[in-house]
Design a protein around this ligand. Sequence first.
Ligand SMILES: C[S@@+](CC[C@H](N)C(=O)[O-])C[C@H]1O[C@@H](n2cnc3c(N)ncnc32)[C@H](O)[C@@H]1O
Ligand code: SF4
Length: 356
Amino acid sequence: MYVHLPFCARVCDYCNIPNIVEYSPEVDGYVDKLVRQIRQTPLESVGAVYIGGGTPTLLTPRNLSKIMGAIRNLTLSDRATITIETSPEAATNEKVRVLQDLGFNSISVGVQTLEEDILHHMGRTGNPSRSLEAFDAVSRFEHVNVDLIYGLPGQSCESFMHDVATFCPQADSITLNRWKTNFPKGRSLLERLQNVSIPTLEDCSEMYRDAVALLNDAGYKPYLLETFSRGNPGPYQRDFFALRDNVVGVGAGATSIRAQTLSTNVQLAETFDPDMPEIVSVPLQCCQEPYFRLGILRDGRICMKKLKEFEEDCGVTLAKASLLRSGALVEREGSLIINPEDSSIGLQLFYKEVMQ
Ligand SMILES: C[S@@+](CC[C@H](N)C(=O)[O-])C[C@H]1O[C@@H](n2cnc3c(N)ncnc32)[C@H](O)[C@@H]1O
Ligand code: SF4
């Protein structure tokens, strides 16, 4: 089950998550509707719950407890992971205690960068020491993921390596997000930051490669292209939609996957009505989940346009001939596909090629 809470203390200038609104007392009404929707959702067994947003940890203990009460009434499997997303500011010691008492066992912290100046000109509240305190506070969770962004205005390869090194090997997984600006707010931020040096494509590819090398040395393995994990891969959002065939999304803006179809309730937080959802659906085979950046479609075919974008973005060239030789990819009816005979090995070889 994916539970969406599109509220944040302040909407960051760089954020590409759609329809986030500022946290306000109206959230109480949203939570009541959400709880009703969870109660009305017939589910036989739930293997994992992901509460994302937004910054769901901003919710009061009372609202978090209402949501968890409804979740606990579902049939959760024994080893169900219950994950929540947080910003460092919202992960106070007190809030972390509340989350643990309520039964959350996994958390994803959006650190983004430890450079105070960059946080500031990206329109993000918080500071590096708060991020480190928050990381300390969440260390008692079974799974801890840290989100970092590279390619930010004013960021150097050294500063990004420092960010990555700070969290490994303690974080169970680290997600490296390339800064994306292909949305209206992102473009206006770029215009506003004309006096700040923006890392070039070559800089970004150096940051990515050096970070991957550092993570490899620290025992992290590529899990999804941007997420690297030690030990058991964590139950994080991208994987949630990437690796599952059955996801029930609740809340305004939440996505579900069922019957080979990806459906999003496109309602806004303000107009959320669980009884009359407005659903936009796309057949899974047409969408680029799970490995969308790499251009691997759900049915294993490779979307060459996406793959090319990825190569340009990260400054790598995938040697398709060697991938075909190694058996990672095979040709079927004019398309390149991940070897269906052993897709996990195919994917690993594919990753290996990308990582070189
Ligand atoms: C839904 S946010 C949740 C985390 C939490 N709200 C926070 O920011 O601390 C998930 C992640 O998306 C990533 N993200 C947001 N805007 C981005 C952008 N423009 N480019 C790349 N990654 C972005 C950030 O790394 C963020 O941690
Ligand atoms: S706190 Fe996270 S979700 Fe909220 S606006 Fe900032 S990056 Fe986006």
